[in-house]
Design a protein around this ligand. Structure first.
Ligand code: NAP
Length: 440
């Protein structure tokens, strides 16, 4: 019997999309898989989120590169759903459509002063230093002595570490040129890392926390009185182990104390919830309220204090961005789904399915589970009934949209690596330059 190939569309060529493509491609011989991305470059957060000084983590891109290069798989970069093609059109084209668009919009603090100049969300700040084109013109103000970073997760640590490192310490990173100049010109003396709960509740991973002990110009400041001697009984097994390891590192930082007189200080402040940002048109001060943790929740104490903050960066998580027609849970900021099923023939995986939690291996596990679900749903029906690429290609061509294909991405990559001058790459950050490199 002659089966027509099954047509699979994946929106978002980040880690989750690549893992789904790989898993489905292995199981469905002859499948045609199209991977869309609104950027001309693939790999999502591996390129645009993972810290530029964590090159080891970025090595996973080599595996994703192999996935994109497989027979039957196409990359369609610089194609935005909702602008160049609609969700309805994709549903009409593909037997299986998988949404893996991640979570890119910053959650809001919801406090007075958030709209002041020099107040930024981590999503915008991280995209900027990683050279994502839409944030290219963004010029964060790093012109004061004090920066407050709100949140006790790894994103907050990434930002604090990059701001605290010297140009020499960033020499082997792929921090984009604009951010390199901005960091070099900054004269920051104090970086405040603000956690609304206690040190045992922080979601820092220990290796990332430990990196602050090795920075050449930055001292760590931790108030030993903030470190608990006993952990709350209700902590789960995993959080308990993490908390114990993190507390050991923090105790080491507390012991170094004030005798460490390096010119930049990274202060870890726990049990402080942000109340307001004050300033004269721009941020100057962050008003905080002491908290205590009861049953895992931050409870306000009424005791207020303020720290100088010429720049405030919130690193408190993200929301996904829906395109028209996509079933969306606006309260949680995720694609509306039941274990990955969105509607007949449509699935979702990764941060846009579960929320912005978990490192790349966690997303791999999630993508594999969704791929299994898809395979179970189409069991016996693995032949295609929809037009797939033929429809998509004619729609895009009719609108004058020229996607960047895999060969185009390889040209961008080659151009960036050729300009590296001892770095891993010199990122092209203007959309025009990326497209010109892809079409060269
Ligand atoms: P995260 O780990 O969830 O941390 C978010 C932080 O924001 C938490 O400390 C949270 O406090 C705090 N927060 C939330 N709302 C707040 C509010 N209104 N006011 C004050 N604080 C608030 O998220 P993330 O740092 O964005 O990281 C996302 C995921 O990427 C994580 O899984 C992370 O491990 C991963 N990641 C990994 C690396 C790495 O491995 N090097 C690097 C970057 C990111 P509560 O806990 O009290 O809610």
């Amino acid at each position: 019997m002659n089966h027509a190939p099954i047509h699979i569309g994946i929106v978002g060529a980040g880690p989750s999309g690549c893992y789904v493509a790989d898993a489905l491609g292995r199981k469905l011989s002859g499948a045609r898989i199209d991977m869309f991305d609104r950027l001309p470059t693939p790999f999502g957060l591996v390129r645009g989120g993972v810290a530029p000084d964590h090159q080891g983590t970025k090595n996973i891109a080599r595996q994703f590169e192999r996935t994109l290069g497989k027979e039957g798989v196409r990359f369609l970069g610089n194609v935005a759903v909702g602008r160049d093609i609609s969700y309805e059109e994709l549903k009409a084209a593909y037997d299986v459509l998988v949404i893996t668009i991640g979570a890119l919009d910053d959650r809001r603090l919801g406090i007075p002063g958030e709209e002041l100049d020099a107040v930024y969300g981590s999503g915008q700040f991280v995209a900027w230093y990683n050279g994502i084109p839409a944030d290219r013109e963004f010029e964060p103000r790093l012109d004061g002595k004090s920066v407050a970073i709100i949140g006790n997760g790894n994103v907050a640590l990434d930002i604090a570490r990059l701001l605290a490192k010297t140009a020499d310490e960033l020499a082997a990173s792929d921090l984009c040129a604009r951010a390199r100049s901005a960091f070099a010109a900054a004269r920051i003396e104090d970086i405040w890392l603000i956690g609304r709960r206690g040190p045992a509740d922080a979601s820092f991973t220990t290796a990332e926390l430990g990196e602050f002990g090795d920075l050449s110009r930055a001292a760590t400041r931790v108030d030993a009185a903030q470190l608990p001697t006993e952990l709350p009984a209700e902590l789960g097994e995993e959080q308990r182990k993490l908390a114990e390891r993190n507390l050991e590192v923090l105790r080491g930082y507390a012991q170094r104390g004030a005798q460490d007189d390096r010119p930049l200080r990274v202060h870890f402040v726990f049990n402080a919830r942000p109340l307001a940002i004050h300033g004269d048109g721009r941020a100057r001060e962050l008003l905080l309220e002491r908290t205590r943790v009861e049953h895992g929740r931050a409870v306000a104490s009424g005791e207020r204090f303020a720290i100088a903050a010429d720049t405030v960066i919130s690193a408190i998580g993200y929301r996904s961005t829906a395109f028209p027609g996509l079933p969306f849970d606006a309260a949680r900021g995720v694609v509306a789904n039941d274990q990955g099923r969105v509607e007949p023939g449509v699935y979702t995986a990764g941060w846009c399915k579960r929320g912005p939690q978990g490192v790349i291996p966690a997303n791999r596990a999630d993508s594999l589970a969704v791929a299994e679900l898809i395979l179970a749903d189409i069991a016996g029906g693995a032949s295609g009934e929809k037009p797939g690429r033929a429809l998509v290609d004619s729609l895009l061509a009719g609108r004058g949209v020229r996607p960047v294909d895999f060969a185009g991405w390889q040209k961008i990559n080659a151009a960036e690596v050729a300009a590296a001058q001892g770095r891993p790459r010199e990122k092209l950050v203007r959309l025009d330059d990326l497209l010109a490199a892809a079409r060269s």
